[in-house]
Design a protein around this ligand. Structure first.
Ligand code: GSH
Length: 223
């Protein structure tokens, strides 16, 4: 049963960083109010609550200051409710490794050039990390969905979408057999399946992004 801690999430439908926070809220069984942001016409609420970056997600918790940046929000939620579905690994070395990979993955999303090569290299790195961190279990977090499952899993809808429109498999059965299996476990998990946005939401978000982001040179524009 979800509990009400007076939380509100400012987000935008197809944003993987927002999906990430929704996963964490779901796993922690936290009830929240979702406020839809129009990134093409940013609201006062966004500009006031995250003036420096002007990006979603932003989490509001009762009368506390708003919290921005998905990774910071997830760590906040984990510290706020440490006993309900712990997210970060308990082992300090695994925790450091997971945080490093999270920052590394997010640094890739900032890159515009050689993105395809970097994604492939990143997927190989994650394949190796999975072998170590999962300890032979279904998730990075072991038996349960953990920090890296959330951080990487938020891209699963986009990975599927990119496969459909560009024919580019970010996770490849031959290159990343463990990650491919992990992807299936994630898609079949209720907490993630119910949160991953639909293809239609991805398409709408993608079209909105095309309006104000420079394109990768080899990116075909969908109709
Ligand atoms: N590092 C940030 C990234 C958030 C981000 O890039 N959000 C995008 C939507 S996917 C956004 O709000 N973009 C608005 C803008 O760049 O002006 C996080 O992890 O929260």
């Amino acid at each position: 049963m979800a509990k009400d801690y007076e939380m509100k999430l400012l987000g935008s439908g197809g944003s993987p960083f927002v999906t990430r926070v929704k996963f964490a809220l779901k796993l922690k069984s936290i009830e929240y109010e979702y406020i839809q942001e129009d990134l093409a016409n940013k609201s006062e609420l966004l500009l006031k609550s995250n003036p420096g970056l002007q990006k979603v997600p932003v989490l509001f918790h009762a009368n506390e200051l708003p919290i921005s940046e998905s990774l910071v929000i997830i760590e906040y939620l984990d510290e706020f409710l440490p006993d309900v579905h712990p997210i970060l690994p308990s082992n300090p070395s695994d925790r450091a490794q997971s945080r490093f990979l999270a920052y590394y993955i997010d640094s890739l999303t900032e890159r515009k050039e050689e993105l395809k090569r970097l994604i492939i290299e990143g997927s190989v790195m994650l394949e190796e990390a999975f072998a170590k961190l999962s300890k032979g279990k279904a998730f990075f977090g072991g038996d349960e969905i953990g920090f890296l499952d959330i951080v990487v899993g938020c891209f699963l809808g986009w990975i599927k979408f990119f496969g459909i429109i560009f024919g580019f498999n970010v996770i490849d059965e031959t290159r990343n057999p463990r990650l491919a299996q992990w992807g299936k476990s994630m898609w079949s998990h209720e907490a993630t399946r119910s949160v991953i946005p639909s293809d239609e939401i991805h398409m709408n978000f993608f079209k909105m992004l095309l309006g104000f982001l420079p394109l990768m040179p080899d990116m075909p524009i969908p109709a």
